[in-house]
Write a protein that binds this ligand. Structure first.
Ligand code: NAD
Ligand code: DAU
Length: 340
């Protein structure tokens, strides 16, 4: 296990009211009591203050604001020792329907944060996605590594790729103390109902049929969001500056298998779903080789039983209807308009 090279005391977590950012804030709160967290979040449709309300107080503070607001960053960044940047427009289908907010938040927002990190000499960790590498063929034994060339397919993934490149340039040209992580598909509690797994679970709970894109053979490499959070903490505290680390838990599964697992666990026929229009430009397969993070920094995932994690996730959505119900009707209306 590599030594901690950086000891944060007072960090900003952007997007800390979203699915993965809020998981990281809880992780820090529960495991690193000497660290103060300032959550900066614009509370878009995807942000929910309820995700962190229970831990707001002396150690977790909330600032309602936009990462594109340079004046606000001038007010809040000084005095912090790191920025961990999760805030993003994160959904591929939305980026196809309307790319503009993706350019604004994912590219301009990252630029503003990098400029603030430069001005106030604050360490910066950039949370990114495996989608920057494009896709792999279904029968290709290869996986993505830190050396795979960038080849993004969607407006979402191309804006995330752009933001990664800005980080690399700001590190090399201006000496920003930065690290980057690219993670695979996360699942777990608190994920917005627009995403694949929560959409299908909540459809079944609402008496609607799940919806499968294309032929259902597309493969995603699933990781529990708790494991993503420990990966980011490991890279923030032990990672080498200027380096990229891939985070993944060897969780490759095709969509139809995941959907049939959900239907079976929820007591439905494995065929009780609708085939719907495919996503334009739909990436076929993602697969992460996380050897660098495991061998250099000693990280490993702990939620490696996908079936168990899926069952716990189904139980969470079943027990927490009040959390997702307010977003469900509008999300499905949007999908219906898109023929999905
Ligand atoms: P999410 O959509 O659930 O949450 C995004 C959060 O960012 C929300 O709280 C939202 O209010 C906030 N936000 C959006 N625009 C903002 C702005 N301009 N200023 C301030 N806050 C803003 O997203 P997520 O799934 O939790 O993803 C978080 C990060 O992790 C993203 O950078 C995403 O690219 C990356 N990532 C996600 C996955 C995944 O499977 N979901 C996998 C790898 C990487
Ligand atoms: O790989 C990491 C990425 O994973 C993150 O960067 C993104 O922020 C995150 O949204 C996720 O992107 P995907 O596009 O892979 O996730 P999504 O949940 O939208 O879809 C997962 C797969 O399921 C994909 O192949 C499309 C398919 N799908 C999705 C929905 C919403 C369906 O078949 N039916 C659906 O209803």
């Amino acid at each position: 296990m590599a030594e901690e090279l950086f000891t944060p005391h007072n960090i900003i977590v952007t997007g800390g009211c979203g699915f993965i950012g809020s998981n990281f804030v809880h992780y820090v709160y529960n495991n690193h009591p000497d660290v103060h967290v300032t959550v900066l979040d614009a509370l878009t449709y995807a942000g929910n203050l309820e995700n962190i309300r229970g831990i707001l107080g002396d150690r977790v503070e909330f600032v309602h604001g936009n990462i594109c607001d340079a004046e606000l960053l001038d007010k809040i960044v000084p005095g912090h020792d790191a920025i961990v940047h999760y805030a993003a427009e994160s959904h591929n289908d939305n980026s196809i329907a309307n790319p503009e907010p993706f350019l604004k938040t994912n590219v301009e927002g990252t630029f503003r944060l990098l400029e603030a990190a430069r001005k106030y000499d604050v360490r910066y960790h950039h949370v990114s996605t495996d989608e920057v590498y494009g896709d792999l063929a279904l029968d290709d034994p290869a996986k993505f590594t830190e050396r795979t060339p960038y080849h993004p397919s969607s407006p979402y993934s191309s804006t995330k790729a752009s933001s990664d490149l800005l980080v690399r340039a700001w590190h090399r040209t201006f000496g920003i103390r930065a690290t980057i992580s690219n993670c695979s598909n996360n699942y777990g509690p608190f994920q917005h109902v627009e995403k694949f797994i929560p959409r299908q679970i909540t459809n079944i709970l609402e008496g609607l049929r799940p919806k499968l894109y294309g032929n259902g053979e597309n493969v995603r490499d699933w990781i529990h969001t708790d494991d993503h959070s420990t990966g980011v903490w490991t890279i923030l505290t032990k990672g080498r500056l200027g380096e990229t680390y891939l985070i993944g838990a060897d969780g490759e599964r095709n969509n139809i298998t995941v959907l049939r697992d959900i239907l079976t666990v929820m007591g439905k026929s494995p065929d009780a779903f609708d085939w719907v229009k495919d996503r334009p430009g739909h990436d076929r397969r993602y697969a992460i080789d996380s050897t660098k993070l495991r061998t250099e920094l000693g990280w490993k995932p702990t939620h490696t039983d996908f079936q168990k994690g899926l069952e716990q996730t189904i139980k969470w959505y079943t027990d927490n209807r009040a959390w997702w119900e307010p977003a469900k009707a509008a999300t499905e209306a949007k999908y219906k308009q898109q023929g999905q």
